[in-house]
Ligand binder design. Sequence first.
Ligand SMILES: NC(=O)c1ccc[n+]([C@@H]2O[C@H](COP(=O)([O-])OP(=O)(O)OC[C@H]3O[C@@H](n4cnc5c(N)ncnc54)[C@H](OP(=O)(O)O)[C@@H]3O)[C@@H](O)[C@H]2O)c1
Length: 291
Amino acid sequence: MADRVLVTGAAGMLGRDLVAHLEGRPGLEVIGVDSHDFDITQRELVLEAVTGIAPRWIIHGAAMTAVEACESDPERAFAVNAFGTRNLAEAARRVGAHMAYVSTDYVFDGKLKRPYTEWDAVGPRSVYGLSKLGGERALDPEWTIVRTAWLFGQHGPNMVRTVLRLAREADGSRRRLPFVDDQHGCPTASPDLAPVLADLALSRMPGVFHVTNQSPTTWFGLARAVVELAGLDPGLVEPISTAQLDPPLLAPRPANSVLDNLALRLSGRPLLADWHEAAARLIDLILKEET
Ligand SMILES: NC(=O)c1ccc[n+]([C@@H]2O[C@H](COP(=O)([O-])OP(=O)(O)OC[C@H]3O[C@@H](n4cnc5c(N)ncnc54)[C@H](OP(=O)(O)O)[C@@H]3O)[C@@H](O)[C@H]2O)c1
């Protein structure tokens, strides 16, 4: 009988790429679940479902990912991101499954003047970051935590799609698109992350791993690159500071959340490529979808 891997958040941006990647693997049965299958905040439902499936691995990508919504509804954010992960961890213990959890750069406060390693102190500034850290703390030490950042991919809304849409709407007009130029991070392609996440989980690598594409930038830098890659006028985007955002964001973001992929390097694994390559591939795909 094939070994089962349970993927939560399977209909999400990362979940869809992860399931697609895992489905090609021989000897593995992939079971993707989403909120329509069971709500991870409901302990009894989680225990019943997971013991029924009896997976060898659980790759847990389900989360309340809307950072602003988390800030305005902390109860729900903690229910899904922290308590929901606790429920899955309890279920994983019952069936003896190895659990891998997808976490975020927003567990850091952003004050450090260099990239954050896996061994730097956490200090989330937002409800989203704190609730995701709550999820990290529900895991056993021998399980896997993969922190990633600024995800973009083919499925679901994300910065690359949003910038492309806004830039096309603004093209030809005198309107400029303001993007924040004082928050630094590493945009990461969901299809690039999925195989590394799968490998770390299936090989039961214990501990925290930072996994992002290379080449730190700002939201302005990302927006400008997307506009250029799409063949539009890079002058369409203009840099602003976080303080200039109108209306201001509810949830504070770390000014620096560049993740050093130190543990990945130390484990001898290759790093992901520069995000520009993946962004160019995604833009090609979006443009082809439209023709
Ligand atoms: N997006 C980023 O920039 C980013 C950055 C760093 C880390 N991450 C982490 O990476 C992971 C994947 O992110 P993503 O952007 O691919 O997520 P996403 O597209 O928002 O998908 C999240 C999935 O979780 C499911 N879900 C939410 N609440 C649930 C519940 N109570 N019970 C069961 N399922 C539930 C959602 O289902 P419904 O749609 O049906 O609610 C959705 O399919 C998350 O853990 C996130 O925290 C994301």
